[in-house]
Design a protein around this ligand. Structure first.
Ligand code: GDP
Length: 427
């Protein structure tokens, strides 16, 4: 089966970077298809930590083709910093191991400004965005006023289009928000410089990925954020601005959905969420705090403390079903070693009635009360375990119990941040 989609099955930060890096070994191409520098995929190799924002998590392996497809909203300054940062650490990034689609949209300074100004304008109703301009960039894409990487490498077109776009953005920034406007010539010269440096990486990535599939190459599609933050199927409006799961691959890459052979979700053994929006199992008390401390739950991109709570089987079941996942990967199982008793939300209650399906309406989701069940913990360090049979009995019971609640087999367990801290299930 040459193609595999791997996506976050919660609200992001599930450990996608680590798992994709691990799975990349068995693939030829690693393809990012949505989102932008709001992702912070952390990979730890021999104690050294790499945080990847836009470059696919296959970059740390030699001989892999890493593809930034057209569905992304690219921040060129961040991307170039990422390329330079990796090169300084001995990971050479060049047009042979990284390519960027000309169709990907470009984030400009005006997008970042408008992102922050809109959040300020929304006050208590704010989304809790990372402020990196991703929402406004996707909004321009839909409004057909966006600029793409192909425009960045075409100076005449860039001057003409950026001029037209910036006039309107400056009116919004200055006249509506009362803030200082942006200087066109300064923005243009920055964009031209970005275009010049990115030009060697620009490729027809869709054609390349489709050809790779025809040639029988193994393709790994790397999702960013999480399914519960999907713009169409997540907790709208507290979502990200793209399709985060399998559904994003078709348009995001230009790849036929019927050639996505397998899909696997990634979920932590508990839950976290960054930003605003409903989170049924959120624990604002001692347990949540312990999960945050034990799991070091602080954002890789923003440093923000993550909201924490017990595993939500209803939410993960929904995420896997929505994406037709045949398997999933449970991460951070080691974090639960600190707990003598472990709870899981196996169902919800809404207005006194049991609900076993994830509610479609935000208002219903905000009103649900999780129904918890508990199991004894194992209270033993499991970070060195590599074979399923070597896990303590209580840990295996926990894994198999969750698997039954979710109804989809777990294919891989993760018991630490290092690349090789994984336990295959042998399924
Ligand atoms: P991503 O955006 O989904 O890649 O997730 P993040 O990188 O934001 O957060 C995951 C964090 O957990 C990172 O610091 C990882 O190094 C770390 N991590 C990944 N898998 C495991 C695991 O199994 N156990 C522990 N303790 N940490 C993990």
């Amino acid at each position: 089966m040459p193609s595999l989609s791997v996506f976050g099955a919660q609200w992001g930060d599930e450990g996608k970077g680590k798992i994709i890096d691990n799975l990349a070994r068995d693939h030829d191409l690693v393809v990012r298809y949505q989102g932008g520098a709001n992702a912070g995929h952390t990979v730890v190799v021999g104690g050294e930590k790499f945080v990847l924002h836009q470059i696919p998590s296959g970059i740390l392996h030699d001989g892999k083709r890493n593809v930034i497809a057209g569905g992304l909203a690219i921040d060129p300054a961040t991307l170039l910093r990422e390329i330079d940062g990796l090169s300084e650490r001995g990971i050479e990034v060049h047009p042979g191991n990284l390519c960027v689609s000309g169709a990907a949209h470009v984030i400009f300074e005006h997008h970042r400004r408008i992102d922050r100004l809109s959040e300020r304008w929304l006050g208590d109703g704010r989304i809790g965005t990372t402020g990196r301009g991703i929402g406004p960039c996707y909004a321009d894409k839909a409004a057909r006023t966006g600029l793409r990487i192909a425009d960045l490498v075409d100076p005449d077109r860039l001057r003409q289009r950026l001029g037209a776009v910036l006039a309107e953005k400056n009116a919004l920034i200055g006249d509506v928000h009362g803030e200082e406007t942006l200087d066109f010539e300064a923005e243009l010269s920055a964009a031209l410089a970005f275009g010049e440096r990115l030009a060697p990486f620009v490729a027809d990535t869709g054609a390349e990925v489709r050809a790779a599939y025809r040639e029988g190459k193994r393709i790994l599609f790397e999702g960013a954020q999480g399914v519960l933050l999907d713009i169409d199927h997540g907790t709208y409006p507290y979502v990200t601005s793209s399709n985060t799961g399998v559904h994003g691959i078709g348009p995001g890459v230009g790849f036929p959905p019927n050639q996505i052979d397998r899909a696997w979700g990634i979920a932590k053994a508990y839950c976290t969420r960054v930003g605003e929006g409903p989170f049924p199992t959120e624990d604002e008390g001692e347990c949540g705090e312990r999960l945050r401390d034990e799991g070091n739950e602080y954002g890789a991109t923003t440093g923000r403390p993550r909201r924490c709570g017990w595993f939500d089987a209803v939410a993960v079941r929904y995420a896997l079903e929505l994406n037709g996942a045949q398997g999933w990967i449970m991460t951070n199982l080691d974090v639960l070693s600190a707990f003598s008793e472990i709870s899981v939300a196996s169902a919800y209650e809404l207005d006194g009635r049991a609900v076993d399906r994830y509610p479609a309406a935000l208002a219903s989701l905000a009103g649900v009360v999780p129904r918890y069940e508990s199991r004894p913990g194992w209270m033993e360090d499991i970070t060195g375990v590599r074979h399923y049979g070597d896990l303590p009995g209580a840990a295996r019971d926990y894994v198999e119990w969750i698997e039954t609640l979710v109804g989809v087999p777990i294919v891989l367990l993760s018991v630490g941040p290092e690349r090789d801290q994984v336990i295959p299930r042998g399924l």
